[in-house]
Design a protein around this ligand. Structure first.
Ligand SMILES: [Zn+2]
Length: 197
């Protein structure tokens, strides 16, 4: 699995896609922090919650990357999350929280699928088969090496670059200028209505 660097970055990407104009957030803020961003980042890391049990039990492989990495569990978690939070915070609509949680959670599973690993049980409980991409996009964080390993340095370096690319791309695609059709040199794509022609 990738480290939290990439997973939380994907949470940010989902947040930006769902709510590109964060300065005009309709969904409430805790101080200056958008609530929806927190939900998105938490959801992006939720599948790895099972690693806590693995660390506590001293048997990481036994507990980690099992049922929580199922697309069906992601759907259930999104429904529960959206239901609970929309009741607690009236300003947060169920549909938006559901969408953000679902996308962030499932993105985690997809990223794990593309990582050097034993694969994810994406269809649990209907199947215990593990799925892993024949082409790995991510080197991943290898917990079996312990907390201190030279291999983690490579994970950190590669994921930092990948995370930076993701942030730059999503910030560009969701920027006001890009969405308005500005070309970046002061000119704009002119959309003429039929009345103007
Ligand atoms: Zn994971």
């Amino acid at each position: 699995m990738p480290s939290p660097i990439l997973h939380t970055t994907m949470g940010y990407v989902v947040y930006k896609i769902v709510e590109p104009d964060s300065s005009k957030s309709k969904f409430g803020k805790l101080g200056r922090i958008p609530v929806l961003l927190i939900i998105s980042i938490v959801a992006s890391m939720l599948p790895d919650l099972d690693s806590v049990f693995g660390i506590l039990a001293g048997d990481f492989g036994r507990y980690h990357n099992n049922a929580t990495h199922s697309l069906f569990v992601g759907l259930l978690v999104a429904l529960l999350f959206a239901g609970g939070i929309s009741v607690l915070f009236k300003t947060l609509p169920f549909r938006t929280i559901f969408l953000v949680t679902l996308l962030s959670y499932q993105a985690h599973i997809v990223f794990d699928y593309f990582t050097v690993s034993r694969g994810v049980m994406a269809l649990w409980p209907f199947s215990h088969e593990r799925f892993v991409s024949p082409i790995s996009l991510f080197y991943g964080f290898h917990w079996s090496d312990g907390l201190f390993s030279i291999r983690h340095l490579w994970t950190f370096l590669t994921e930092s670059v990948q995370a930076l690319i993701l942030v730059l791309v999503v910030n560009h695609l969701t920027s006001r200028n890009f969405r308005r059709g500005d070309l970046g040199n002061g000119s704009r794509i002119v959309k003429r209505s039929s009345e103007e022609l």
